[in-house]
Design a protein around this ligand. Structure first.
Ligand SMILES: *Cc1c(COP(=O)(O)O)cnc(C)c1O
Length: 503
């Protein structure tokens, strides 16, 4: 399989190069040049496989420059019992006939980013070897919470890689902070930056753009890379669980071969739902992809009107992993829906950059609307959805999943569509336990309690065990205490590399 850029550069890359580079040389995103098609028989065969076998089967054609053994090895490392606390890896839970939840949070950090970040490091190491790269890879990540920990867990102790995560000293929850500062591994660094997430993020961008920094780490045998969600190596593994959910519905006799289903996806950067689009392109019978947003509802407006307008107030919500105003992966969808028209993509992306908005043509808007439907949930509606889901089904969901369930209710009300539907559950309720406990038990119940005490409260209430990755967190040794000003971020990287290499 060859990959090309959404911005029109003629260069075509094998998957190893696309994964190693992350972003195309012309600033566009890599997309596969060919369409892979699974027949009804191919899909039916997945029903008899476990998650690892399904993943190997679906990833193999996208990684045609990898051997079958290499793909299986990456999949085996990533989706092992050691990393995932459920034998199904991504289990499907039926709430009622016709409505199921796909739990994507059984990995080490209790959120769906593990599904991709557990495998990306292995794909990256093999990609480096294939492209003759002899430097080690140094990953830098700026995080507002979830991605940093998922990347640390993915890269820890992976040979020839190292990772430093920068987080805003005042901008993450206590659980998120403890998850990061207790991170074990001989190739990991964690640094708090004075300021907000933007300070960390712009600091990382400056380091990537600074040739002197690249030279310094090159002398120590390293090259910079990022692990962000536009890397094809993060997107492809997400296609797997759409097929896996469908295969489970087949295996359980809930649908017949060829029968269409809907997927509801709590959306921020448009990475997760875009994988659903690719699954459909590959022949998975998908009727509608329902894009669930919070009050940062830039995507809802886009899907309804064809106008993408980021010029609006940023809102801090109780579903913080969806507090995003620029959904980078949308560029890939537009490229596909315009029949690979790089000229239009460049125009829209440049308007987004210069004016903060763009409007797609009517034809493209109609194509979007044939496939996607969108609405959003306010924080009040999200809390209500957590309570309702518990009342109706005895099932506890996190805030992001609750957004999905609320939007699904709106979809049913608006369309009457009773196609069997899968709601993607993107985080364990324990990961956002303060908001979840407040919604279930009322504000008084959380008053004066630490986040760690609230884990116990939620566990007692729900009867669910506290996940491995969050249990005992407050008693783990703190291994990373560095706090820097934004200006000192480069020095902290150099100090980290010196420590790694004994320089
Ligand atoms: C990242 C994240 C999302 C949003 O996913 P995108 O791929 O960015 O659309 C939703 N929920 C949770 C819990 C997340 O961590």
């Amino acid at each position: 399989m060859l990959y090309k850029s959404t911005r029109g550069d003629n260069h075509q890359a094998l998957s190893a190069e696309a994964i190693k580079r992350g972003i195309a040389p012309d600033g566009g995103l890599f997309i596969p040049t060919d369409r892979i098609l699974f027949s009804a028989d191919d899909i039916y065969a997945l029903a008899g496989m476990d998650y690892r076998a399904r993943a190997a089967r679906i990833l193999a054609p996208y990684l045609s420059d990898f051997t079958t053994a290499e793909v299986s090895e990456c999949v085996g490392f990533a989706y092992s019992d050691k990393n995932f606390d459920h034998p199904a890896v991504a289990p499907l839970v039926e709430l009622e006939r016709g409505l199921a939840v796909l739990e994507l949070w059984h990995g080490p950090t209790c959120a769906f980013k593990d599904m991709a970040l557990q495998i990306l490091p292995h794909l990256l190491v093999k990609s480096m070897a294939k492209t003759g790269e002899d430097a080690g890879i140094l990953i830098l990540v700026a995080t507002s919470g979830d991605t940093g920990k998922a990347a640390l867990e993915g890269f820890k102790d992976v040979p020839r890689t190292a990772i430093t995560v920068f987080y805003p000293a005042q901008g993450v929850s206590e659980v998120q902070r403890m998850q990061m500062v207790t991170q074990a591994g001989n190739n990991v660094g964690v640094v708090a930056v004075q300021g907000n997430f933007d300070d960390s993020q712009s600091g990382v961008k400056d380091i990537f753009a600074d040739q002197a920094m690249s030279d310094v780490i090159a002398e120590r045998g390293f090259k910079f890379s990022s692990a962000n969600s536009i890397n094809w190596g993060r997107l492809a593994p997400q296609i797997v669980y759409y097929f896996s959910a469908y295969a489970d519905l087949l295996a359980n006799g809930r649908i017949k071969p060829g029968q269409a289903v809907n997927f509801v996806v709590p959306t921020g950067n448009f990475g997760n739902i875009l994988a659903g689009f690719y699954a459909r392109q590959m022949g998975l019978p998908v009727h509608r992809l329902i894009c669930a947003a919070n009050e940062n509802n830039v995507l809802t407006d886009f899907i309804r009107t064809g106008v993408y307008d980021r010029v609006r107030d940023f809102k801090t919500t109780i579903s913080p992993s969806m507090d995003i105003l620029i959904s980078s992966n949308l560029e890939r969808l537009l490229f596909e829906l315009t029949g690979h028209d790089a000229f239009r993509i460049r125009e829209w992306m440049s308007q987004l950059k210069l004016q903060g908005r763009y409007a797609v043509d009517t034809g493209t808007r109609e194509k979007v609307q044939q496939l996607f439907w969108s609405d959003f949930a306010s924080d009040d509606e999200t809390g209500h959805s957590i309570r309702e889901t518990h009342r109706r089904y005895g099932y506890v969901v996190d805030t992001h999943t609750a957004v999905g369930l609320h939007v699904y209710d709106k979809y049913r009300g608006a369309t009457g569509d009773d196609t069997p539907t899968v709601v993607l559950s993107t985080a364990s309720p324990f990961k956002f336990n303060a908001s979840v406990t407040k919604a279930l038990l009322g504000a008084n119940e959380i008053l004066g309690k630490t986040e760690f005490e609230l884990l116990q409260t939620l566990s007692a209430f729900s009867g669910m065990p506290i996940p491995r990755g969050l249990r005992d967190l407050q008693n783990q040794p703190v291994l990373h205490e560095t706090v820097v000003e934004r200006e000192q971020m480069p020095q902290s990287v150099i100090a980290f590399v010196n420590k790694l290499t004994g320089a």
